[in-house]
Design a protein around this ligand. Structure first.
Ligand SMILES: CC(C)(COP(=O)(O)OP(=O)(O)OC[C@H]1O[C@@H](n2cnc3c(N)ncnc32)[C@H](O)[C@@H]1OP(=O)(O)O)[C@@H](O)C(=O)NCCC(=O)NCCS
Length: 213
């Protein structure tokens, strides 16, 4: 799914406020503390609750393995200039259903409400379409998660419908809204700023010549 470029653990994405980098064993403590909060885990398909250090280590090894073989790209979200301070994760993995590339993300509660998830997701979407040749990306959110739904909408995802989606760490199937972003829609969004409305300079009336009487 991902090319050689992203398969090396020095790979990093930079945004205005963030660095997204491969996760590493030293992140385990932060992941346990942040992903271990029930309000975070409950909205996700794969984060168990309670969350143990062994769970975090297993996750980190699996994420690094899938990054290395190009089957996915899971990146730690860190503030720019402070790469050791993990605040969340964002990733694309082959979905359980037909292996379709699927987006997932979470942020620790201290970082909510500042636009970080949108910023991180946009960067990963750009990398996904710019570096790979897949045609579409999927995502789903529990119907009780309007914040996540809003993140997807701001990133250009289109709502596909509501159905029962498996959340293995929650122990079953839950009603979830399903979304999709295809390559053409992403290309269109990326070029919108260059091809859109041209703002004419404000019309300035010709000065009226005052005729001497
Ligand atoms: C979902 C999550 C990643 C969002 O992170 P975040 O950095 O706070 O998100 P952002 O600030 O980029 O965007 C949130 C948007 O949701 C909006 N929002 C917040 N609460 C909302 C609510 N109750 N209803 C509707 N919109 C809401 C915000 O206003 C913002 O939209 P805006 O920029 O148009 O105002 C974070 O809440 C989280 O980790 N939740 C738990 C795990 C999770 O849900 N993961 C996703 C699984 S699909």
């Amino acid at each position: 799914m991902f090319p050689d470029l992203t398969r090396d653990d020095v790979f990093r994405l930079e945004t205005r406020r963030l660095w997204l980098r491969w996760t590493r064993l030293a992140d385990a403590q932060a992941i346990v503390r942040l992903a271990g909060e029930k309000s975070v885990a409950d909205m996700t398909a794969h984060i168990p609750h309670p969350y143990t250090p062994q769970d975090a280590e297993r996750f980190i090894f699996a994420a690094r393995q899938s990054n290395a073989d190009g089957q996915g790209l899971q990146l730690a979200i860190t503030p720019k200039g402070r790469p050791n301070a993990l605040i969340g994760m964002v990733g694309i993995t082959p979905g359980s259903e037909k292996g379709q590339p699927t987006l997932g993300y979470w942020l620790g509660t201290p970082s909510w409400g500042q636009g970080y998830a949108t910023e991180a997701v946009r960067a990963l979407i750009d990398a996904f379409f710019a570096y790979g040749d897949e045609m579409e990306l999927r995502a789903s959110t529990r119907v009780i998660n309007p914040t996540s739904r809003r993140v997807l909408e701001k990133c250009g995802f289109a709502y596909q419908g509501t159905g029962l989606v498996e959340f293995p760490a929650r122990g079953g199937f839950y009603p979830a809204d399903e979304f999709r972003l295809d390559r053409r829609a992403w290309e269109s969004l990326k070029s919108w700023g260059h091809t859109g409305l041209v703002r004419e300079p404000a019309y300035e009336a010709e000065p009226v010549l005052e005729l001497a009487s």
